[in-house]
Ligand binder design. Sequence first.
Ligand code: HEC
Length: 94
Amino acid sequence: MKHQFFWTALLVILAVGILAACTQAATDTPAADKSEAEILIDERCSTCHSASKVYSETLTREQWLSVFEDMIAKGADVDETETTIMIDWLVSGN
Ligand code: HEC
């Protein structure tokens, strides 16, 4: 009975470990696979809220422009060129 518990526990630990490793690999996109826009979004748009707030929105160019103006007013550190790079990518359907 004791042995059975040991092996079950070991299996569970192994399964959790493998799952954790897989999740890690799926979310950790290597930097080389990322576009300049994604790197910018990850760097500049994740200081106050998660960058997923950006990725989850589907907006038009005009709507993005006003969101960016809003974020810059709140303190986001992006210039005009960077804004254009990010918006171009966001409206491209990525
Ligand atoms: C100085 C802090 C700050 C930075 C940097 C920042 N945001 Fe925000 N953002 C906020 C706040 C505050 C809100 C509203 C509260 C919330 O929903 O968390 C918000 C909300 C949003 C929303 C939800 C819609 C809305 O208008 O409420 C989007 C989309 C968004 N931000 C995009 C961006 C993008 C794109 C960047 C990078 C250019 C960025 N944010 C950088 C502070 C920031």
